[in-house]
Design a binder for this molecule. Sequence first.
Ligand code: TNX
Length: 509
Amino acid sequence: LVVGACVAAGAEPAAAGVANQGTYSDVVPAPVSARADRGAFTIGRHTTISAGPGASGVADQLAGVLRKATGYPLPVVRAGGHGGDTIALALAGRGDGTLRSREGYRLDVTPHGVSLTADRAAGLFAGVQTLRQLLPVAPGRGRVWTVPAGHVTDYPRFEHRGAMLDVARHFFSVAQVERYIDQLAQYKINTFHLHLADDQGWRIEIRSWPRLATYGGSTAVDGDRGGYYTQAQYREIVAYAAQRYITVIPEIDMPGHVNAALASYAELNCDGVAPPLYTGTDVGFSSLCVGKEITYKFLDDVIGELAAITPGRYLHIGGDEAQATSSADYVAFMNRVQGIVAAHGKSVLAWHQVVEAATLPSTVAQYWDTTNDNPDVAAAASRGTGLVLSPANLAYLDMKYTDATPLGQDWAALIEVRDAYGWDPGSYLLGAPAAAVRGVEAPLWTETIRTSADIEYMAFPRLPAIAELGWSPAATHDWDAFSRRLGAQGPRWTAAGINFYRSPQVPWR
Ligand code: TNX
């Protein structure tokens, strides 16, 4: 197997006259290996999509995408019995080890047909995302939908490739969240972290503590419209993500970032007095009452209800910026809450300050500091604590690109797309073993973000950069090649109505 940077761009004749034909060298994230052959497969009126056992779900999704684009009927048929003119999806390990990963796939395109194989449906789904980028953006005159001939073998570098959306500072509807999930899926993101509660808003219905959502969720930053998800709506988001092989990790931030909860229930406050709702953007001023027993009854109820509607393994318990909690209280609190999460059958994800406590072996720390030198976190990683990397000066999607960016913040850094791409998650944190790194995540905090257009402007093109760091082999890491690949995405984003930042660093097509 040839790994990395072996895309034979020169061998791509691409169907003549087709505008913006996808090519193997333009796929983001870069595949492990891709090779173009002569010729192309043309999708037409008689093309069928065949599905082997276990492949029909992804085949139906592919059919949906292709029918919408091409207008052809593209019936999904059971595998076997027919000759060419087929896009064949099958679950089949090839026995050569290349598809070992649960998201790995192999794509073979000849002038006679397309074959996509994987060990698991998640791999087929990943392969479909690659196939989509091989199509023309728009077929132009003659409406010829071609896929260049070639071969791809692909699988991810890291198991955790995440994006976070803060729905607490500003609330986003189910439809807005699903729109973002669709965009994430196209770049092989497999984890969606929902920041559900913060000082400015509580966004998930908790039946045993109803005022959290109805009162605590009633506002947002600057007094903008609040909102919350009913448990049914949350389940809908989880199911929508699952159909795209994305696991939702819900976060309830604690012991700090809890003003919305404290405002909703006076008894959660040490002095028994509920503070007013908060619509500013300060951090670090609120704390749960660590010494009060009702705090743990409250958390057991919240975590229990959340665990019951979350199929994924992890619940995120925040743990960042607990400046209003003493360090002794913080340690006692984080130790106890990890036990509550475990009692509900889940594992803990928390911001990296959690390493100040006694982490359970299953606890994973999400690193957000702006330096690659953090001996405490490195020591925890050496003892076995897993790491998800989100350095705020590299991976935070709410940071401005430049001084002139109208949205976002700049406390961590200005992050142009080249900065977002210019680091190696495997070797980033000094002294942390590479084996501790579970992957990467791009958080989007929303103090200044109000609309889907705002989300997209901050995420594109940096989200694809982080997605590529998470998926592609280190050997493919190359700014010039990546910026060219990004440039080819521009017309796709325009066609999809995605609002993006036209970074001057990228040769947009
Ligand atoms: C820090 S970094 C926060 C968030 C803010 C963000 C704004 C971290 C774990 N917490 O509470 O929204 O900065 O950039």
